[in-house]
Write a protein that binds this ligand. Structure first.
Ligand code: ATP
Length: 234
């Protein structure tokens, strides 16, 4: 579904990614784990066209996307849930969800998707007229995921969905991510919470200093001595 071929990405003169390559097959949950500043967010930003790679290529469903604008990339079906949620705090829950469907005009289908997200997160249905900024951290994460789903993504990019949330809420969010995947959406999950991420992923990549240093099945990474020491605290 997605293939990144040896990309290098920069912020001005600072190089953040070095020859990063990875593949995501349809239907998979792929996780990218790594420490602070490893380059995980930059990888997502490069896929989305916000930090386009200076060299290398990115293909989505066989077509090059590394030269497209972020809007065109969203229209192709790649939607990001950014780190820190970035919901619209002064808009209601319902208005935030409407914004997710901004590029669509299939009203009946939008209505169905609204029912789908309210079914996934009943609390959002209860709070649909509440301002986004007054929701709890966990609810805001649910809203950010739901807003992305309203764009009906083929590939959903999640940047640290567990950041700053209580263990019980993290458990709930990870269960929902699996549910979304089982309903047919491919998922690319960037996480510092390596243990939880590897538990739900099919395959994983490990990033250090802007480079992919390991790639394997998630079960294999969970028992890999290097990963256990560096990322699982074992
Ligand atoms: P975290 O888990 O802390 O979010 P990360 O793995 O997502 O980290 P990135 O945010 O991709 O890492 O950062 C990779 C490198 O790029 C870091 O050295 C960071 O300082 C640098 N960087 C990120 N954003 C910018 C920016 N806007 N301007 C300059 N350098 C940046």
């Amino acid at each position: 579904m997605l293939e990144i071929r040896s990309i290098c990405s920069f912020y001005g003169k600072i190089q953040a990614l070095y020859d990063v390559s990875l593949k995501i097959e349809p239907g998979e949950i792929i996780t990218l784990i790594g420490a602070n500043g490893a380059g995980k967010t930059t990888t997502l930003m490069s896929i989305c066209g916000i930090v386009p790679p200076r060299t290398g290529e990115i293909f989505f469903e066989g077509e090059p996307i590394h030269n497209l604008t972020p809007e065109k990339i969203v229209a192709k079906g790649i939607v990001q849930v950014p780190e820190g949620r970035l919901i619209f705090p002064r808009m209601t829950v319902l208005e935030n969800l409407d914004m997710g469907a901004y590029l669509r005009n299939d009203k009946e289908e939008i209505k169905k998707d609204l029912e789908y997200v309210f079914d996934l997160f009943p609390i959002l249905a209860e709070r649909q007229d509440q301002l986004g900024g007054t929701l709890s951290g966990g609810e805001q994460q649910m809203l950010a995921i739901s807003r992305a789903l309203m764009a009906r993504p083929k590939l959903l990019l999640l940047d640290e969905p567990s950041l700053g949330l209580a263990p019980l809420v993290i458990k709930q969010i990870f269960e929902i991510i699996q549910k979304i995947n089982q309903a047919g959406t491919t998922i690319f999950l960037v996480e510092q919470n390596a243990h939880q991420a590897l538990k739900i992923a099919h395959r994983g990549y490990v990033m250090e200093n802007g480079r992919i240093v390991l790639a394997d099945k998630a079960e294999a990474l969970l028992t890999n001595e290097q990963v256990k020491k560096a990322y699982l605290g074992l």
